[in-house]
Design a binder for this molecule. Structure first.
Ligand SMILES: [Zn+2]
Ligand SMILES: [Zn+2]
Length: 317
């Protein structure tokens, strides 16, 4: 373990902002001397602000409808990330129409994880260099905190390497989502505020409001979704079992697979990233795979790539 969760170099004094900065710097210290591991703190402001906004729940309170909305938005957006941002855009594990491609790109863009081109380009880089110094978010090389919530806050990580996504970069609608990555999240936030205000006026007995729906449906749901997604970077390369002898530290982890709708079968995925399925055995619960099967039944996606027999033969079951 190259870096502990809480680096000892952290100073005991200074403001909270200084201490957080030292914390990140200590995590990446010694791993690289280049500017590529320096956080752009101005760009980090919205990320920190979204966490703080969750505290608004103290003032807006809770209702059943707000919590159900937050959970529903977690589920549909997690599926858009895992099924489309990851398995479709990053790995081309199945095919679909341009309309469905755009629909799920749009839902994915509402997750505040930027556009599909940015996401896919960084993810392809991860697979290419997994757990080496060129991997943008290896926990074994750069530590837990950096792989979880540091790597995307640098000036270099902000840009999209279009050469990594030559198959996607000619779709103007996808380029637009990448260029105006704030548009869809803002639209979702406004919609939720409007929806909550409408319910407040029409069915006051449900006890919700515009502000409450905004905090639960947008801020809390998005922040939980974010942390669940990045556990695959930070934890699924650390904790779990290795079925395949890959060149990285990827692991299969049941808990992470449940949390992320199947992405926790990460050692399977690193060994054979081209499959639409990441739970390779019937008992490996993979909600994204079931969802994709359903979309295939409806004719919305097709050519779901299977796990070849030779992969099963290589497995250490
Ligand atoms: Zn990985
Ligand atoms: Zn992948």
């Amino acid at each position: 373990m190259n870096h502990p969760l809480f680096p000892q170099a952290l100073s005991k004094s200074g403001s909270l902002a200084q201490r957080v900065r030292q914390w990140f710097d200590a995590e990446s210290e010694g791993t690289t001397s280049s500017a590529s591991h320096r956080i752009d703190w101005v760009r980090a402001i919205p990320f920190v602000a979204m966490h703080l906004a969750c505290l608004g729940v103290i003032w807006v309170g809770t209702s059943t409808v707000a919590v159900v909305t937050a959970i529903a938005l977690y589920a549909i957006r997690m599926f858009a990330l895992t099924g489309f941002y990851h398995r479709y855009f990053s790995h081309r594990a199945f095919r679909t129409s341009r309309a469905v491609q755009f629909a799920f790109a749009l839902i994915g863009a509402s997750c505040v994880q930027r556009g599909p081109l940015w996401w896919a380009a960084h993810h392809r880089n991860h697979h290419r260099h997994a757990d080496t110094e060129l991997d943008p978010h290896s926990p074994t090389v750069y530590g837990f905190l950096w792989s979880h919530a540091g790597w995307f806050l640098t000036p270099e990580a902000f840009r999209t390497d279009l050469d990594r996504v030559t198959d996607l970069r000619d779709y103007p609608e996808l380029r637009w989502l990448d260029r105006y990555d704030i548009a869809i999240p803002v639209a979702l936030a406004l919609l939720l505020f409007g929806f909550g205000s409408l319910l407040h006026a029409l069915v006051p007995s449900w006890g919700t409001s515009g502000g409450q729906m905004l905090i639960w449906g947008f801020f809390i749901s998005t922040i939980v979704l974010f942390h669940a997604t990045v556990t695959i970077n930070s934890l699924a390369h650390r904790f779990g079992r290795r079925r395949f002898p890959t060149n990285d530290d990827s692991r299969n982890n049941t808990w992470l697979a449940l949390l992320t709708f199947g992405e926790g079968w990460h050692n399977n995925h690193h060994f054979y990233p081209g499959s639409a399925r990441q739970g390779f055995r019937w008992w490996e619960i993979d909600l994204t795979w079931y969802g994709l099967r359903l979309l295939a039944l409806l004719g919305l996606v097709w050519d779901l790539k299977p796990v070849p027999a030779w992969v099963h033969r290589k497995a250490e079951y």
